[in-house]
Write a protein that binds this ligand. Structure first.
Ligand SMILES: Cc1ncc(COP(=O)(O)O)c(C=O)c1O
Length: 398
C-alpha cells in the first residue's frame, strides 16, 4: 500500500519533485571554487575527467562547456567538413544534428528501429552514399541502441560513430557502458540531465589521436583554428560530487521504473517500455507505450488530462526534420550546405520537411509517453501518477 495523500495540494494535484536537488556538499564545493579564485578549467576539471573515464571505462575523457560544444568538437576532430554527410536520427534534441551543420556538413535523417527507437544498421544502410562519413547514434532517454550491428556496418564502410550519450550515463549495452562503444561519446551535464552541473559536457574516446584533437580544439591558443569550449571549475566541482552519487540516483530511477511497470500491469493499453534484453536502460525518462486502439482519445488528450493533475506524463519533442534549422525561412549567411552547387549527395534537391520517417513518426504521434522519475521522485509520486493514469484510462477506455 503506497501513501500519496501527504503530497496532495488542495485541488487534488501534485507538485512533481524538481531536479537536481543540491545540498550542503554542492554548496561547499562551489564556495571552495570561489575561495580558490581558480574559476576556469584546472584541478577540479582534471579530477572530474579522471573519475569520468573510470566510470565509462574509456581511455580518455575531456570536460567541455556543454554537450553541444562536445558534439561540435567530435565532428571537427573527426574532420567532418563541407558537403560530408552524417546520418542521424530525427528523434533527438537539436544539438545532435545542428553540430553537423556547424561543420557545413549535411545531416541525413534516418528512420528508427521500432524496438529501440534509435538508429539501426538496417535503416542506416539505406542512406549510405559516397559522401557518408559518420553516424550519430543517440541513446534516447537512456535506452541503448543496438550498437554491435551499427559498429560492424560502420567498420565495413569506413565510417565514424559518435554516440550522443547525453541521456545515458551508466547505461549498458552487452556489459559495456554507452559512450565508450563508438569512436567518440558525448555527454551533457545540463541541469536537467542525470549528471547535472548546471551546464557542462564530456567527450570520451579510446583513440589517442581523437583525444589529442579534442584537447587542441577545445581551447584556443594552438596553431590551428580552435574554440573556447572549456569546462569551468564550478562544473568540474559539481560534476565530481554528482558523479559520486550517480549510481545511487540511477538506482532510484530504475526502482521507480520497475514500480511503475508493476502498478501499470492492471491498466490495459499502457505499458512501460523495456530496453533490449542485452542492454540496461538508466531511465533518464521512463517511456510508456500507449495502445491507441484501446482508447477513445488520442495521445495528446490523454497526456494533457494526466498533466492536469501535476504528473508530467509528456509526449516527445517534434522530430528534427521539421525543425526550422533545416527549413529556414531566411537562408543563413553561410548558405545551406545541401543547396551548394558543389553538393551532389542524397539531400540534393530535397526539402527536409517533406521527408517522412513512418516508424518513428507513428511512435511519437500515437504511442510514446515519457515520465521523469529522477530522485527524489519516490514510490509515493509513482503511486499517485498511476492513480491519475488509471483514472484517465478509465475515462477514455473503449
Ligand atoms: C540528446 C541530447 N544531445 C545533446 C544535448 C545538448 O546538451 P547541452 O545542453 O549540454 O548542450 C541535449 C540536451 O538536451 C540532448 O538531450
Amino acid at each position: 500500500m503506497y501513501r500519496s495523500d501527504c503530497l496532495l495540494k488542495e485541488n487534488n494535484t501534485i507538485a512533481w519533485p524538481t531536479w537536481p536537488q543540491y545540498g550542503e556538499e554542492e554548496k561547499e564545493a562551489v564556495k571552495r571554487v570561489i575561495d580558490s579564485n581558480q574559476l576556469f578549467a584546472a584541478d577540479r576539471v582534471r579530477e572530474f575527467e579522471d573519475n569520468f573515464k573510470s566510470y565509462t571505462g574509456t581511455s580518455f575523457a575531456k570536460g567541455v562547456g556543454n554537450a553541444t560544444q562536445g558534439l561540435h568538437l567530435a565532428m571537427a576532430a573527426l574532420d567532418i567538413g563541407i558537403g560530408d554527410e552524417v546520418i542521424v536520427t530525427p528523434y533527438t534534441f537539436i544539438a545532435s544534428a545542428s553540430s553537423i551543420l556547424m561543420q557545413n556538413a549535411v545531416p541525413v535523417f534516418c528512420d528508427c528501429d521500432p524496438q529501440t527507437r534509435a538508429l539501426s544498421a538496417e535503416k542506416i544502410a539505406r542512406h549510405l552514399s559516397h559522401r557518408t562519413r559518420a553516424i550519430v547514434v543517440v541513446h534516447m532517454f537512456g535506452y541503448p541502441a543496438d550498437m554491435d550491428p551499427i559498429m560492424e556496418l560502420a567498420q565495413k564502410h569506413g565510417l565514424s560513430v559518435i554516440e550522443d550519450a547525453s541521456h545515458a550515463y551508466g547505461a549498458e549495452y552487452k556489459g559495456r557502458r554507452c559512450g565508450g562503444i563508438g569512436d567518440v561519446g558525448v555527454f551533457s551535464m545540463h541541469q536537467r540531465k542525470s549528471l547535472s552541473a548546471g551546464d557542462g559536457g564530456v567527450v570520451t574516446t579510446n583513440d589517442p589521436e581523437i583525444d589529442e584533437k579534442i584537447y587542441r580544439l577545445r581551447s584556443f591558443g594552438h596553431k590551428q583554428l580552435s574554440y573556447n569550449y572549456r569546462m569551468t571549475e564550478f562544473a568540474g566541482a559539481l560534476g565530481l560530487i554528482q558523479l559520486g552519487k550517480l549510481d545511487t540516483h540511477n538506482q532510484v530511477r530504475q526502482d521507480n521504473a520497475e514500480l511503475l511497470e508493476r502498478l501499470l500491469e492492471d491498466i490495459e493499453g499502457l505499458d512501460v517500455i523495456k530496453p533490449l534484453p542485452c542492454a540496461k536502460s538508466v531511465y533518464y525518462r521512463v517511456l510508456l507505450h500507449f495502445d491507441r486502439e484501446k482508447f477513445n482519445c488520442d495521445l495528446e488528450e490523454f497526456s494533457s488530462q494526466v498533466q492536469d493533475s501535476g504528473v508530467p506524463l509528456e509526449m516527445t519533442w517534434t522530430l528534427l526534420h521539421k525543425h526550422p534549422h533545416f527549413n529556414p525561412e531566411k537562408v543563413p549567411a553561410r548558405g545551406l550546405p545541401w543547396e551548394w552547387s558543389t553538393y551532389d549527395g542524397v539531400m540534393k534537391g530535397k526539402k527536409y520537411n517533406s521527408l517522412s520517417f513512418p516508424i518513428i513518426e507513428n511512435l511519437c504521434d500515437n504511442h510514446l509517453l515519457e515520465l521523469c522519475v529522477h530522485p527524489p521522485v519516490s514510490e509515493k509520486e509513482i503511486a499517485f501518477a498511476v492513480r491519475m493514469i488509471a483514472k484517465t484510462a478509465e475515462k477514455f477506455s473503449k
